[in-house]
Design a protein around this ligand. Structure first.
Ligand code: ADP
Ligand code: MG
Length: 464
């Protein structure tokens, strides 16, 4: 590479920043790109850091083209951009790199595992891996960070740290996605390790078939050469005694041979109905990683990612609206996005909050009704077991002040009332008090998972 002339100094960096500001405008620059820092240039790769994963994903998804174009004005040979996460004042966080590579007309977000899909995979025993389900496409937030980290660990480790990894969580929260991601990662980085992914139903079906053909030894044989076995939705195994028995033996045998097992279910091992006690305790003896219900931030992050993948431009306001209103699960939210995009392209109308309301009427119907501040106050007071008059009272003890702040926050995020209007409904408080409350709650949401879940629960209660 003849990059010797491509030196990049403080001066160039500050003029590149100025260019970016010009390209994206002051607001977008101050919101997002201001946080971008230059790290290094090596050969054709330029590396930037940002303080959080959220910023990284937002910038990658929305601005990588513009960053590329502008960087190229300074260093022509650039064809890879990396973004790493480096908290302010901290060090670069390992494993947070997102890579954008150039190809002819468009720059493409990294890790194309599809090309690795070989014809001998899947074998007849396992099920194929879905190329859409990779770690790269998985948006991480508080509710799923443990499950994500554990899945990554399992896919990277040569030595087994926890066995089995048990992913549990409600429908549509990303269990299957993570399992496929583990599969892809191992295939990519350690192609010699044999990974099998299958649903518990398929496992049962195979076993029953083997019984019928009196061929259970062949069934067992299939597992011998496996290094990593992933079984999805084991709640479906419940009650089928024969299968459970077989599963148990297979499971024990693999664990004894130090093979990695990954299991998913919609419940924790102890809550599985109709499953033998010894199987339950065996299932729970590794790491049980819960995937909690999504939060607003996570839903927004996921929507941004999915919209980006579809290559459609959706106004941030609409994405925010959807993240507020569709809270059941990610799959439903994706469905909503698809419908909206389809409607947009077919009918040719711009995607706005109004079209979203129209097109997604059925999904939103429970939330469509106008929620009043009074209702919010009532529900929050009930939830925290305080008197509704405490919402208006000047009392400042924490037991009432915090619920009051929560109610203010919810009033701000759910209704379209202004800060002064909200203040008035809370015993004539000043709008700065409301603003302070909103900020406080947002901070708590970020720092405390339990608090966050409680808040989501409240939102659901209010919406229903
Ligand atoms: P589960 O197996 O838990 O029912 P899935 O893994 O099938 O859920 O997820 C449902 C859909 O939601 C999939 O399309 C998946 O890609 C998407 N999804 C769920 N969580 C995330 C996430 N954190 N980031 C990106 N996509 C997600
Ligand atoms: Mg699933």
């Amino acid at each position: 590479m003849d990059n010797t002339t491509d030196t990049f100094d403080e001066y160039k960096w500050s003029s590149l920043k100025k260019d970016l500001k010009k390209t994206v405008g002051d607001t977008a620059y101050n919101n997002w790109l201001k946080h971008l820092n230059f790290v290094s240039i090596q050969d054709s790769t330029i590396t930037f850091s940002v303080p959080t994963k959220f910023l990284r994903d937002w910038i990658v998804n929305n601005y990588s083209d513009k960053i590329k174009d502008n960087s190229k004005n300074y260093i022509k040979s650039i064809d890879v951009i990396k973004f790493v996460v480096k908290p302010t004042g901290g060090r670069i966080v390992p494993g947070t790199t997102r890579t954008i590579k150039s190809n002819d007309n468009h720059w493409k977000s990294s890790l194309d595992v599809r090309s690795n899909q070989t014809s001998n995979y899947p074998n007849e025993f396992g099920a194929p891996l879905d190329p859409r389900f990779t770690f790269d496409n998985f948006v991480v937030g508080k509710p799923n960070e443990l499950a994500f980290a554990a899945s990554q660990r399992v896919s990277e480790a040569n030595k087994i740290t926890f066995n089995p990894l048990f992913l549990c969580g409600g429908v549509g929260l990303g269990k299957t996605h993570l399992m496929h991601a583990i599969g892809w990662k191992i295939k990519q980085q350690q192609p010699d390790r044999k990974v099998i992914y299958l649903s518990a139903e398929k496992f049962m079906y195979q076993f029953v078939r083997a019984l019928r053909y009196k061929d259970t030894s062949a069934f067992k044989e299939q597992f011998r050469s496996i290094d990593v076995l992933m079984i999805d939705d084991v709640q479906f195994i419940s009650g089928k005694d024969n299968t459970q028995e077989e599963f148990f033996h297979t499971f024990n045998a693999l664990i004894e041979q130090n093979k990695q097992i990954v299991i998913s279910a919609d419940k924790s091992p102890t809550d599985l109905d109709g499953v033998q006690e010894r199987l339950k305790s065996r299932l729970g003896c590794g790491l049980v990683a819960d995937i909690h219900p999504t939060t607003y931030e996570l839903r927004l992050g996921i929507l941004i990612e999915k919209a980006q993948k579809r290559g459609v431009e959706i106004p941030p306001k609409v994405l925010e609206f959807l993240s507020h209103r569709i809270i059941s699960n990610v799959r439903e939210m994706e469905g909503a996005l698809n419908r909206l995009v389809a409607h947009g392209t077919l009918v040719g109308t711009p995607i706005t909050i109004e079209t979203a309301q129209l097109v997604l009427q059925d999904l939103l119907k429970s939330s469509n009704k106008k929620i009043t501040i009074e209702e919010i106050q009532k529900k929050v007071a009930e939830h925290f077991n305080i008197r509704i008059t405490d919402m208006h009272s000047p009392r400042r003890s924490r037991s009432v002040a915090r619920p009051r702040q929560i109610a203010m926050y919810l009033a701000k995020s759910i209704t379209s009332r202004s800060l002064p209007e909200i203040g008035r409904k809370f015993g004539g408080r000043d709008h700065t008090t409301v603003m302070h409350a909103v900020k406080k709650i947002e901070e708590l949401k970020l720092s405390d998972v339990n608090f966050n879940e409680d808040l989501e629960l409240l939102k659901r209660l209010i919406d229903s």
